[in-house]
Ligand binder design. Sequence first.
Ligand SMILES: Nc1ncnc2c1ncn2[C@@H]1O[C@H](COP(=O)(O)OP(=O)(O)O)[C@@H](O)[C@H]1O
Ligand SMILES: [Mg+2]
Length: 297
Amino acid sequence: MIRSQDLAKAFGKVQALNGLSLQVGKKEIFGLVGPDGAGKTTLIRLLCGLLIPDQGKVWLMEKPVQELDKKELGYMPQHFSLYPELSVMENITFFGSLYGLNQGLIRDRADTILGLTGLLPFKKRLAEQLSGGMKQKLSLTCSLITRPSILMLDEPTYGVDPQSRKEFWGILYHLNQEGMTILMSTPYMDEAELCHRVGIINDGNLLAMDSPDSLKAGFPYTILEVRAQVKNPHFFAGVPEVVDSSFFGYKYHLFVKDREAGEQAISEYLARQQVALQAIEPVPPSMEDVFVALVKK
Ligand SMILES: Nc1ncnc2c1ncn2[C@@H]1O[C@H](COP(=O)(O)OP(=O)(O)O)[C@@H](O)[C@H]1O
Ligand SMILES: [Mg+2]
């Protein structure tokens, strides 16, 4: 459904994307995961045909992106501009008429989508009076008004409270069940777990692309989860057996090549530093761990 080949884009001296190829199948939920500045927005704009690549090509539904009927593509940009002084329904009507949909059709479809997003009781409320989560749902409603086959969302849950994020994901799963292909970007590793497949992107490069389970299965180290009375992300940097680490404030994930040698080295190091070891045990990798290992490689 979505395919890119060797996409590259520079802004002046900044190489935002370095020849990126990906493929997203029909009815997939694909997550583009990476930190700020990784190139997610640039890639999504290229995939939507809103930016011209320096190099490479994009196909949507087997057609070059420029030839696609734009009604087939829903796009929710990172900073969606709703009209604050217009109501929920007026925003939707405005958006729908940009695509040439007639008023009756917009009204019918809006009711269905607003029912799905839980905004039906707020049709007359001004956009500026909506909460952050509700604004995102309204943006989503607008991008769905043409009944697209493909939906691309750029960090739709950024800065949204956990409850609204959960609801938002519920809506995405529902749309996907009905047949929609979804590509979304997120800086949150826990959201990567919710996607069928993810592409991990950093510095304009695709570091890996697979299902969360396969990425975790391919993790090359043992992870020792360590709890100790010390809060310093770099505390274990001096232990040669520790290849890398993620720090979670109250616990550490230390990557080691060998479990026994690792446990011994870490215990001895803590004893030398006179820090009490509260717990140490092997744990399966999280997406956060997978990301850290890929970036450092
Ligand atoms: N219009 C632009 N002009 C100059 N630099 C840009 C522009 N858009 C993006 N960049 C740069 O390209 C890189 C990738 O940005 P972006 O695609 O927005 O990343 P992300 O969405 O992952 O945060 C960053 O270094 C960013 O500063
Ligand atoms: Mg972005």
